[in-house]
Design a protein around this ligand. Structure first.
Ligand code: ATP
Length: 202
């Protein structure tokens, strides 16, 4: 399966870009969605988290108490690693399974942490949605109705834009209208179809 990694910072336009690929008939696996799926009620990762941290991480309805866990991790930085040791291998397995069963000519793996988490081992090429920081800030605050400061804090914890630019194979700059973004995606889509065809015939 030919896999394109799609990444970008908060509010950069990953979702609008991946929605465009979906419209072209390309299957999209979203690492954030998978990360939520694996801790749903009844999933083994949730049980492991409960065993590791205690019953307080589970809400009365059986779901993960994300807020309590987030606060705990904020106060106990080592716990982040412990949590990731449980969830990352399970997320990875689920992503691999979804990529393998995709039925389109190629498949997109959307992940805000594509480079940070080594998910590039699962991809053949990586596409960066590259957006000037003032636009990221503006679009994310408009969408989420949260403060500039909050978004800035999240941005400061993400990999710097320059580093992502160096690691990406393809870059589209999302600094104009949506039509401008889609016009840049179209030739890439054609390229990816060609790469996938060549790989399949090898
Ligand atoms: P996150 O990582 O926070 O989930 P994202 O990278 O998926 O963000 P989107 O949700 O696609 O980003 O885009 C952020 C917001 O900006 C959305 O409301 C989207 O509709 C809007 N947006 C993205 N690109 C453009 C554009 N070129 N013109 C106008 N609005 C845009």
């Amino acid at each position: 399966m030919y896999v394109i990694g799609l990444t970008g910072g908060i509010g950069s336009g990953k979702t609008v870009a991946s929605d465009w690929f979906t419209k072209q008939g390309i299957q999209v696996v979203d690492a954030d969605v998978v990360a939520r799926e694996v801790v749903q009620v009844g999933q083994p990762a949730l049980l492991q988290i409960q065993q590791q941290f205690g019953d307080w991480v589970i809400l009365e309805n059986g779901e993960l108490n994300r807020r309590a866990l987030r606060e705990y991790i904020f106060q106990h930085p080592d716990a982040k690693k412990t949590l990731e040791n449980i969830t990352h291998p399970i997320i990875r397995q689920s992503i691999i399974q979804q990529l393998q069963t995709a039925a389109s000519p190629y498949v997109i793996l959307v992940s805000p942490l594509l480079f940070e988490t080594g998910q590039t081992h699962l991809t053949q090429r990586n596409l960066l949605i590259d957006t000037p920081e003032h636009l990221q800030l503006h679009r994310a605050t408009q969408r989420d109705q949260i403060s500039h400061q909050h978004i800035q804090t999240i941005m400061s914890h993400q990999m710097p834009r320059e580093e992502k630019q160096q690691r990406a194979d393809d870059i589209v700059v999302n600094d104009g209208e949506l039509a401008h973004l889609y016009a840049q995606l179209e030739p890439l889509h054609q390229q990816y179809l060609n790469y996938a065809k060549k790989t399949a015939s090898m």
